[in-house]
Design a protein around this ligand. Structure first.
Ligand code: NDP
Length: 432
């Protein structure tokens, strides 16, 4: 039996329900935002009248134009990933003792992508509003295409794994859901998770944020201040992501989660559809906040994005310098934790217990959630669906904090216990 964090029954039930319900949810979210004015009640009324057949009727068929848009975008991003120059960066040591090597060209790819997209629009070569007009078909194509992609990853994991950081847990559903390989690659250099998570998923977030803004401009002849705040904050967040992309390669998504449905389908479909949904909502809801309120929200959002960045930076700087750095102006307090790799070697890691990491063991999730709140709140409170991403993110990160704690407890044993005694709270200081 495969080892699971939650009880096996909860694990199977949650995996099967996510596999079954996430695809229709993406379509329902798009349909409600774009065709039902963002109103869950209206969508509910539609299904009350039309039943399940209603879902079949509204589900857009993947059209040729949708496939073309996805193919051009994916091929462009893959080419940038392979061809743009970048510094050689080493990832963290994997559980099997490997150290993957990456090319850090994410920020260049990000600027080239945005400049190309805006250039195509500016010179009248391609109108981004077309992407919004075919959004349902694009999401539908992504849903099916990414599912097939995950099946191929599963097969690759069995027949041609890229490294010994791979293997089956003996259960087909878990292997498909959590993935077989930690660092699947095509050839030596094309890292599949960097492509799915960063260059396709996170990049699509920025591209769609710009798309929604342009679409609102096309409809109304101007962009509302609420849309501007939303777009700027989402772009600041994604810029921060690419600025720090090499740091992302040290996080759970890349260093611990294998390439399966959970992470790859999530980044290929869930990020473009759900993560961008507050902007999708605003296209048809041009709320005017007034300059003062807009600026307050903007500043609060940027501050939260900065704090989230600073938490990640502090941990990585601390690890990179082997604890020989200053944390909030002082020598850091730390725990030297030893652990054994799957190949039986004993290694040590440093756990930071001061700065942001002394407030709570996953304090960085607080500003992450607040940032999402601040780029959603310009939509005000007419429809709760605009807040779906914030609610989803909160659940995701609370679950992730538990998963990470459990993983670290089994990795570091008594040292993690010591860390939990020193830093008592999991996410919110004084509360949880
Ligand atoms: P972290 O970057 O927090 O990485 C967790 C790992 O850090 C642990 O597994 C452990 O790994 C190490 N670690 C834990 N405690 C310490 C410590 N005190 N000192 C040093 N190292 C420690 O995890 P995430 O991947 O969850 O977060 C990365 C970023 O991504 C965050 O900014 C987060 O907000 C964001 N994020 C955003 C999501 C979204 O959907 N918008 C989803 C998830 C994350 P080791 O084995 O190396 O010790």
């Amino acid at each position: 039996m495969a080892e699971t964090v939650h009880s096996p029954i909860v694990t199977y039930a949650s995996m099967l329900s996510l596999l079954a319900f996430c695809p229709p949810f993406v379509i329902l979210l798009w349909y409600t935002m774009v065709h039902q004015d963002g109103s869950v009640t209206q969508t509910f009324g539609f299904f009350w009248e039309n039943g399940v057949q209603g879902l079949v009727n509204i589900w857009p068929r993947p059209t040729l134009i949708a496939w073309k848009i996805i193919f051009c975008y994916g091929a462009f991003e893959a080419a940038l990933q392979l061809l743009l120059p970048g510094k050689r960066v080493e990832g963290p040591i994997s559980p099997a003792g490997n150290r993957p090597v990456y090319k850090a060209n994410g920020l260049a790819a990000y600027f080239v992508t945005l400049a190309t997209y805006l250039g195509l629009w500016w010179f009248g070569i391609f109108n981004p509003a077309i992407v919004y007009d075919h959004l349902g078909e694009i999401f539908s194509a992504l849903i099916f295409g990414s599912f097939i992609f995950c099946v191929l990853l599963y097969i690759k994991g069995h027949v041609a794994p890229s490294s010994n950081d791979s293997g089956s847990c003996g259960n087909l559903i878990i292997d498909f859901y959590w993935g077989m390989e930690l660092y699947p690659r095509i050839g030596k250099n094309f890292d599949i998770k960097v492509f799915t998570n960063c260059r396709f998923g996170m990049m699509s977030w920025a591209v769609l944020a710009v798309t929604y803004c342009i679409k609102q401009y096309e409809i109304n002849g101007k962009v509302s201040d609420s849309m501007l705040v939303n777009t700027i904050l989402m772009l600041v967040y994604v810029t921060k992501f690419f600025w720090w992309e090499a740091g992302y390669w040290n996080t759970m998504d890349i260093a611990h989660d294998r390439a399966g449905f959970y992470i790859c389908w999530g980044c290929l479909v869930w990020v473009p559809s759900v993560y961008t949904s507050p902007g999708m909502y605003l296209v048809n809801h041009p709320v005017e906040l007034g300059t003062q309120l807009a600026i307050y929200i903007l500043v609060a959002g940027i501050l939260c994005i900065y704090i989230n960045y600073d938490c990640d930076r502090q941990r990585q700087e601390f690890r990179r310098t082997n604890g020989k750095c200053l944390v909030w102006g002082r020598a850091p307090s730390k725990i030297v934790a030893s652990y054994t790799t799957t190949s039986g070697e004993t290694k040590t890691s440093l756990l930071l217990t001061s700065g942001w990491w002394g407030l709570a063991r996953h304090f960085h999730y607080v500003p992450e959630i607040l940032s999402a709140f601040f780029w959603t709140v310009p939509a005000l409170f007419d429809n709760f669906l605009a807040y779906f991403y914030v609610i989803f993110l909160t659940i995701l990160l609370f679950d992730r904090a538990k998963r990470d704690d459990d993983r670290c407890r089994s990795k570091y044993g008594k040292y993690w216990k010591l860390y939990c005694e020193k830093v008592k709270y999991r996410i919110i200081p004084g509360i949880y």
